[in-house]
Design a protein around this ligand. Structure first.
Ligand SMILES: [Zn+2]
Length: 321
């Protein structure tokens, strides 16, 4: 059983500080952003124009007896679209996210897509700087969203190469092979198992088939998006074989407001018959909505958009115990 809290945890007292990400290079990327904006001149206004065109759970899972309860917090972000600088008001910002992750050695930090396009911080380097900042924040995995393909598949794969965390999606193919298989050392392209506190948490990724029609087909360069539910069923089997105690889908599909033909709720509903009870949670993105529901006994969560508090779109956490 997983249960969910939408509150942002406050930073615990301790001998750490969340300036750590600054010493690791945050300032460099922020300075670089402004240099690029100033240097870009007319290109800057072009980028803005193109932006408008594109359009904690707390819980328990059956991982053992009550005496063996383990707590693992999974922080998740989605649709950050370059909103990484905190403003002490609405935007939480990546340094705080990095601080929360760092403060708990059992925490996991995942992103459910649409990180590399949006504000100039993201778009001016086709997402390169966002990936570098996500490396500094110690992300554990990312699932690409439709906007990861806005600059073309080659630019997306360049971002994957920069990432120091696996980028996975089980339903993106090119020439009959998983696009992300082998793009990073040890990355099979579809799923990963992360062990924390003795619990193996299996994650697989799904990217909405909506991407194929929402993105310039030239840039996609032969990339295809296959049926999400069929891909999920295969991945659940693979993760169980790999010994996962908990199975979580990280999806860029969204709810019914996001326009995707297969929503996160559709995926949850499909977990019937022999698949009943085998998917613990769906960490979602794409529709920019706050999701915190159980559908067909599958927890579905999404933070909203842009890492902001005002729109209730801060990161949230799932705790497995
Ligand atoms: Zn999206």
């Amino acid at each position: 059983m997983l249960y969910y809290s939408s509150d942002v945890k406050s930073l615990p007292e301790g001998d750490w500080n969340f300036t750590d990400i600054y010493s690791k290079g945050w300032d460099y990327y922020m300075r670089r952003k402004w240099h690029r904006i100033l240097a870009a001149g007319t290109a800057f206004s072009f980028v803005l124009a193109s932006m408008t065109m594109t359009a904690s759970a707390e819980g328990e899972s059956g991982t053992g007896s009550e005496q063996n309860a383990k707590e693992i917090t999974i922080y998740h972000t989605n649709d950050t679209h370059g909103y990484l600088e905190g403003d002490d008001e609405s935007v939480i910002g990546l340094p705080l996210v990095a601080g929360l992750k760092k403060a708990d050695e059992n925490a996991i930090l995942v992103d459910a897509g649409d990180a590399t396009q949006g504000l100039p911080l993201a778009s001016l380097t086709k997402g390169n700087d966002v990936i570098e900042l996500m490396n500094l924040a110690d992300y554990d995995l990312m699932v690409p969203g439709n906007h990861e393909f806005d600059f073309g598949t080659a630019a997306f794969l360049e971002n994957v190469n920069l990432a120091e965390f696996p980028v996975i999606s089980a339903n993106i193919y090119r020439d009959g092979s998983l696009l992300l298989d082998g793009t990073q050392e040890g990355n099979e392209g579809c799923h990963t198992v992360i062990e924390r506190n003795g619990v193996k948490i299996g994650f697989f990724g799904l990217t909405t088939v909506h991407t194929a029609s929402a993105t310039n087909p030239e840039g996609l360069d032969g990339v295809e998006f296959t049926d999400e539910i069929e891909a999920a069923k295969v991945e659940i089997g693979h993760l169980e074989e790999a010994g996962a105690d908990v199975v979580i889908a990280v999806t860029h599909m969204g709810d019914e407001t996001g326009g995707a033909p297969c929503t996160s709720a559709d995926l949850a509903e499909a977990m019937a018959g022999e698949y009943a009870g085998r998917l613990d949670a769906i960490i979602d993105g794409h529709s920019h909505t706050v999701e915190n529901d159980k559908v067909n006994d599958v927890l579905i969560v999404q933070t909203g958009i842009g890492m902001t508090v005002r729109r209730r779109s801060f990161l949230q956490g799932i705790i497995i115990s």
